[in-house]
Design a binder for this molecule. Sequence first.
Ligand code: ZN
Ligand code: ZN
Length: 399
Amino acid sequence: MKYLVLVPDGAADLPVLQLNGKTPLEVANKPNMDLLAKKGRCGLMHTIPDGLPAGSEVANLSILGYDPKKCYQGRGVLEAASLGISIDKDDVVFRCNTICVENGLIKSHSAGHISTAESRQLIETLNNELSSDTVKFYPGLDYRHILLLKNMSSDVVCFPPHDNIGKPINNLLPCAQSPDGRETAELLISLIKQAEEILKSHPVNLKRIRDGKQPANFIWPWAGGKRPDMEKFSKRFGISGAVITAVDLIKGIGIYAGFDVIKVEGATGLYNTNYEGKAEAGVMALGQYDFVYVHVEATDEAAHEGNVELKIKCIEDFDRRLLGNIIKKIDWNNTAIALIPDHFTPVSVRGHTNQPVPFVIYHPEFVPDSVEKFSESACASGGLGIICKDIFIRTLLGK
Ligand code: ZN
Ligand code: ZN
């Protein structure tokens, strides 16, 4: 048997006034998702355990059957894995943004979306000046870099810069969460201050100021954590797997789960993503692997923009250009297919929320339930009921 999981990120939604109280999934024209709902068994899943943030990291760990309460370590280590950085057991890894601070306030979490070429030079300079046996910076895409500290505690609280625009940095500096974390917090603060001195006169920033752009005059470490202790899928379930996504977080989860990451040309993480390319890669991967996880970010991005028409279009594109192209080519007698948005991203909220998400599992050996449409309300009366923890993945895999 082959197994395929399809994740339209944040596709689930609450009733929208503009849609006469319906949700984007209820309004969208999506014959292929509805066909799956008809042929499969549906339900709702709690992907965000109580007390954890409604993030894609947490939700996708849950879908794959990992307990986020044990594995969730923040996005730093996940993005580091996707960049190919090797992480030892005692390392603590942070996402490290290059940000713009003006008059002591965070002006931008991305320094006005600084380019990869520019910020890479900044990170290289910081590495030359500040790296040591304990400290190392790794450049990533645009403003998103990695700071790795060797043999340090991760018991610190850091504040995500994008949630704190316009706020004074002095109230947002890293702080220890326990006596163990004190040394880490002090080192982080010291690195932030030393980097400030280096970055303010860096040629890249002087040029950006001359060009009327925001200087990337601060580093901002956050989302720190240790290498997650995740049992590989091959060991747990005895199957091989691959992941297809444009998003580093999801790639990172896949890498820790022991999957191969399949790169698709033109996969952007936005609504202009290459749906057909992802569909083709998904079908090809099913030939080679037992389990394939296809994640599409576009629906979530549209919801963050609060753009309901765009979210509906992204659902329809996912349905026709991705799912439609996949189900034409698979062997229905030998493939189980699950469709599950990782979490709600209501357009009215423009952020994630933690309601249980609708899902369908088509399995050639399952008797279909009476659900005929794929939506939040329709799946609520599905035959698989409301589930949590690893029941979803075990039902799909029959384990
Ligand atoms: Zn998500
Ligand atoms: Zn999101």
